[in-house]
Every structure is written in C-alpha cells, then in structure tokens.
Design a protein around this ligand. Structure first.
Ligand SMILES: [Zn+2]
Length: 200
C-alpha cells in the first residue's frame, strides 16, 4: 500500500463508515491486540447488494474464504477479495453482530453494541438497509469444535496484526470495534481498530 492513502480510526465500542473506490485496498489493523472487528460492505451504486456471509459460505464451500478468494454479495457476485492475512488467521463468519438484546439477556442495559453502531455509521454514510446483515467478524476466535460447539474465545490477534481486502466495486464500508467487554471475546478490554485505505 502506498503512502498516499487515508486512514480511519474506529474507537473502542464504536463504528465508522467510509467510502472506497473499486481497486482500493483496505487494511484493518488490530491496534492493541485481541480486538474483534465487524465488517459490512455495501455496494455504493446499488444499496440492495451487500456482502453476504451465508452466500459467501455457499459459494466458497468453506466456513471462511482463504487468502486469494473473494467474499460475495447475496447474488453470489464477488464484492471484496481477501488479499492478505497478517494475523493468526482466526476469523468468524457465523455470528451476527452483538446487539442490545444479547446484553440485556445478561442484565446489561444500554450497553454499546455492534448492531446499533452499524445502524448509526451506515446512516452517516446515507445507507439505510431493510435488515442488519450479518457481518464478517475479523479476529473473532470462535471456530466450531468437532461436536459443533461454538465457544467464543479471546481473539488470538496481537497488537499490529491486520487483514487486507481489495475492493472489487465502489462500496460503503462499515467497521465496528466490537463492544463485548463482559465475555472473553476482546480480552475484556475493548480497544480501537484502524482502517488504512489506499491504492495497491
Ligand atoms: Zn460486537
């Protein structure tokens, strides 16, 4: 990535939206380590098309794409490519974003959450969808056990670890720094993420 790019800091327990051009690279950096980032990608020219985790699993016949493979929209058309992984490689594409009802179920009211942070960030970019799609949860350490159990362990990523994505069409990207601070997901210490955007 060259030096002419821009960067967006996503503070702990918040979300941010930014627009990208086709061909641009987006590097998502876990600044302090052990921090999950939820990612949504919406086609800038047709908000009815967005990155679909279920259709990506279907088309790739995998729980998560390999580096070099693409994520697709709900029509099976590639929307971003996974170009590099400088992390332990543990990511999730099964879970929804955390939401207020998840926290309320354990007695935490008015807790920050990725669902509401997505809605606010998307609205700031002029995007309103009929649903909140399931995100790609980078650095989330919750690979299924052989019996199907899904334990969400502390993210294995260290400070400075990152993933890099190539945008395959103009898009609105929403990234949230996951708000979970009561389970091990983010090492019970929510921290910021950094998105670096630039040309290849
Ligand atoms: Zn979350």
């Amino acid at each position: 990535m060259n030096d002419t790019g821009r960067s967006v800091t996503v503070p702990a327990q918040q979300g941010r939206a930014f627009t990208v051009a086709a061909g641009e690279l987006v590097e998502i950096v876990d600044v302090e380590g052990h921090q999950v980032g939820d990612l949504w990608v919406i086609d800038a020219e047709d908000h009815g098309r967005w990155l679909s985790t279920s259709h990506t699993r279907d088309r790739r016949e995998r729980m998560f794409p390999r580096v070099g493979e693409s994520f697709t929209d709900q029509f099976g058309e590639p929307i971003i490519e996974f170009t590099a992984d400088a992390s332990p490689g543990r990511h999730d594409m099964l879970f929804p974003p955390c939401n207020r009802w998840l926290y309320e179920s354990v007695g935490l009211f008015d807790h920050p959450n990725c669902h509401d942070n997505f809605l606010a960030a998307a609205a700031s970019a002029g995007v309103t969808l009929p649903v909140v799609p399931d995100p790609v949860n980078f650095f989330q350490n919750s690979a299924p056990e052989p019996d199907g159990t899904l334990d969400v362990l502390t993210a294995a990523s260290s400070a400075g670890d990152s993933v890099t994505l190539r945008m395959l069409r103009p898009a609105v990207v929403v990234l949230t720094s996951c708000s979970v601070d009561n389970w091990p997901t983010n090492n019970k210490n929510c921290t910021p993420l950094l998105a670096r955007i630039g040309a290849a």
